[in-house]
Design a binder for this molecule. Structure first.
Ligand code: GDP
Ligand code: MG
Length: 198
């Protein structure tokens, strides 16, 4: 379990807001281990592949979007989840390809769940304070929709272990993922804490 891996992208807004160090610091001090890192400008093809790795994603995002319009008493631009999902995807591809991003793999016990918790809910307006999206950005679906752009929420983080596996395979070659021991792994995971006292 301590080898669970998750995939994170600091999106172009995170890089432009000069939050690379802050975001990495948060995951790092939690006890997670960075095992891969690269900076790149994603191509449209990569961005689209990333978001459509799960064939259900378009429908799920469309449904989520319809539900969030309903909750706010705003008429959805379409009742068809796929149509809405495609709209979200087009905006996301434009956003994610607009500048450099930082792609990372983080490893540790419950890495997927812990990183999601620290990253916060998708819409910064309602992300909890204390999370990355809740602390550093003030965007909402409403403002993003008016300008026909993707919501700027700083970070992508895998939503499940299966999603993480597929995303890591898409963004990194196997040899780019490093297998190494940190000294702190002992205090996080070892059964016996012998060797602390002299
Ligand atoms: P995440 O895992 O929290 O990033 O959220 P999802 O995987 O559901 O969605 C991926 C990305 O699609 C989000 O980061 C948003 O940029 C966008 N997105 C998701 N749901 C909605 C929505 O309801 N409306 C809009 N405008 N964008 C959305
Ligand atoms: Mg997601």
């Amino acid at each position: 379990m301590q080898n669970e891996k998750t995939f994170v992208i600091i999106k172009p807004d995170g890089v432009q807001r000069t939050l690379i160090g802050e975001i990495i610091r948060r995951y790092e001090r939690m006890g997670l281990k960075m095992v891969a890192l690269k900076m790149l400008v994603p191509t449209a093809e990569m961005a689209e592949r990333h978001y459509t790795l799960d064939p259900e994603w378009l429908r799920k995002v469309g449904e989520k979007s319809i539900a969030s319009y309903k909750a706010k008493n705003i008429p959805a631009p379409s009742d068809d989840p796929i149509t809405l999902g495609k709209k979200v995807l087009t905006r996301l591809v434009k956003f994610v390809t607009s500048g450099p991003v930082v792609a990372m793999v983080w490893q540790g016990a419950h890495a997927v769940g812990i990183v999601r918790k620290m990253t916060g809910g998708t819409e910064p307006l309602s992300s909890d304070i204390g999370t990355i999206r809740g602390d550093f950005v003030l965007d909402s679906y409403q403002i993003a929709d008016v300008s026909d752009r993707a919501i700027r929420n700083l970070v992508h983080a895998s939503g499940s272990v299966a999603e993480a596996e597929n995303e890591i395979k898409l963004w990194f070659k196997p040899e780019e993922i490093l297998n190494y021991r940190l000294i702190q792994d002992a205090i996080l995971y070892d059964v016996n804490l012998d060797g602390i006292l002299e």
